[in-house]
Design a protein around this ligand. Sequence first.
Ligand SMILES: NC(=O)C1=CN([C@@H]2O[C@H](COP(=O)(O)OP(=O)(O)OC[C@H]3O[C@@H](n4cnc5c(N)ncnc54)[C@H](O)[C@@H]3O)[C@@H](O)[C@H]2O)C=CC1
Ligand SMILES: O=C(O)C(=O)COP(=O)(O)O
Length: 393
Amino acid sequence: MANQFQILILNQISATGLKRLPERYTTGKDIKAPDAVLVRSADMHGMDIPASVRAIGRAGAGTNNIPVKAMSQRGVPVFNAPGANANAVKELVLVGMLLAARNIAGALDFVAKLDTADPEMDRKVEDGKKSFAGYELAGQTLGIIGLGKIGCLVADAAIKLGMNVYGYDPEITVDAAWSLPSQVRKAHSVAEVLKHAQFISLHVPLVDATRNLINADNIGTMKHGAVLLNFSREGVVNEAAVLAALAEKKLGRYVCDFPSAAINGRPGIIALPHLGASTQEAEENCAVMVADQLVDYLEHGNIQNAVNFPNVSMPRESTYRLAIANANVPNMVGQISTALAQAGLNIHNMVNKSRGEMAYTLVDVDSKVTPQVIDGIARIEGVLAVRYLPLEA
Ligand SMILES: NC(=O)C1=CN([C@@H]2O[C@H](COP(=O)(O)OP(=O)(O)OC[C@H]3O[C@@H](n4cnc5c(N)ncnc54)[C@H](O)[C@@H]3O)[C@@H](O)[C@H]2O)C=CC1
Ligand SMILES: O=C(O)C(=O)COP(=O)(O)O
């Protein structure tokens, strides 16, 4: 019988994505011993992740809600869906700039409070509108911190709207750099971006190095009345610093996707309920991408788009495959090959790749692998997880 897999679902995942899982897969939110977890923003840090879990699929970009380091130590890849929701976020960032520049939230509120039975309503509309006059985006300068999938799309859209764009990303990839319009000016520091831009948009992941990236020390260096947009993560911005800068009118608006007790309802705050990736298209794209990656990993051991392991794939030419997650230390491949040779197994094909402290090995052999051989490999120091993935007869 073909392999049965159980997938624990922690958030609402697009049905189109779930349909990519073969029918023999069971999905649900109460599965006790899942082979894999599908998640969006649910916080998995406090969760007791069952030992049965072989992979985690994040139907989205950010993985700060997942204990990635602990999963690496267990040899468990954490997959995400790079770029699959980037267009949705880009569009909401454009909305964010317009909300700030045109006083749209205040204007909508004003209209909602109009008395439609008042014969003077039309006059009040014409009188009232002057309170909401704004300015245009064309000609303004936007600074983008983080030029990954989202930052690059925001840069491109802003250039097309006639804005000047500064971008900062010390680890920009070659592909991202190629995708940027030539008009984007390269900034060499966060400070340089803050100095030049009227709008600053953050598109970095939340990691130790980006926590409080915008803080009391640098927020005062922004242009007077600047607009800060945060569709990245709450922790990237120090909210106390934002409130102080708004109170001093140093900051014009703080537009974010992360409401909180500290900022909600405060003057100058425009907060959306984490809507960046909430379009039908983005939800489908993310779920499809990550479901396909999970299936390929669970059934064939191939890794594509894990945040903690290298990309490793090998075409299936042999029925008998071992997938081994191991520490990136010397002599792992040697010890694995020796264990197979000692068991009289001939290696048909093999690939080993590393990324940081992690490495991953796929080995196809010409005959059946016994549980004793698998146990022997699992006991090699530095081996974190071993899976035997024979093709079904
Ligand atoms: N509001 C929402 O619904 C959504 C929010 N996000 C957030 O946006 C973040 C970025 O998403 P993507 O662009 O898809 O990720 P990405 O991985 O394509 O891009 C992130 C970029 O940030 C850069 N970076 C890292 N540290 C930096 C630093 N200290 N200074 C400047 N640049 C730095 C990286 O080099 C990379 O190019 C996600 O990690 C997530 O937190 C993503 C999707 C939806
Ligand atoms: O992809 C991301 O990083 C997001 O923040 C989107 O989160 P969501 O999937 O909408 O809960």
